[in-house]
Write a protein that binds this ligand. Structure first.
Ligand code: DQA
Length: 147
């Protein structure tokens, strides 16, 4: 099973950026933790981060035919990008939307997600555990699919 983790704009600043909301762990630390979880589950994990919407869309396009599932923390693009939504639908790869914070307990503009209704699941509000839960969810979903 090949999984792709995508992190969007400003998530490269994790650890320094608003730590009271997003915590003190860096993206590198989160990716390493997830890599360990992937190894334990016998899953191949690729990690990608970009601050550019176009690069993220291109990464999604490249995933066609070689990625089974996507975990995405699209950051602010979650609330704005129809292009990102269309790319995820276009490649027809199951994906989980995830967020460190609970977007529904924050500002109203974060309550709108262009991704949730096409995702197989949504995890938010659990800090870095959101990443682990998303991986657990999508790998269980894909294994059940294979049965
Ligand atoms: C975020 C929530 C978004 O609203 C915000 O723009 C982010 C991070 C989260 O992980 O909680 O950049 O996706």
């Amino acid at each position: 099973m090949n999984l792709l983790l995508i992190n969007g704009p400003n998530l490269n600043l994790l650890g320094k950026r608003e730590p009271e909301i997003y915590g003190y762990q860096t993206l590198n630390e989160i990716e390493k933790k997830l890599q360990k979880l992937a190894d334990a589950r016998g899953v191949a994990l690729t990690c990608f981060q970009s601050n550019s919407e176009a690069e993220i869309i291109e990464c999604i396009h490249r995933s066609m035919n070689n990625i089974d599932g996507i975990m995405i923390n699209a950051g602010a693009l979650t609330h704005t990008s129809i292009g990102l939504r269309d790319a995820l639908i276009g490649v027809d790869i199951p994906f989980v939307e995830l967020h460190l914070s609970n977007i529904y307990s924050r500002e109203r503009f974060r309550h709108k997600s262009f991704l949730s209704d096409c995702a197989i699941g949504l995890v938010c509000g659990f800090g870095i555990s959101s990443y682990e839960l998303a991986m657990q969810g999508i790998s269980d979903y894909l294994s059940a699919d294979a049965r």
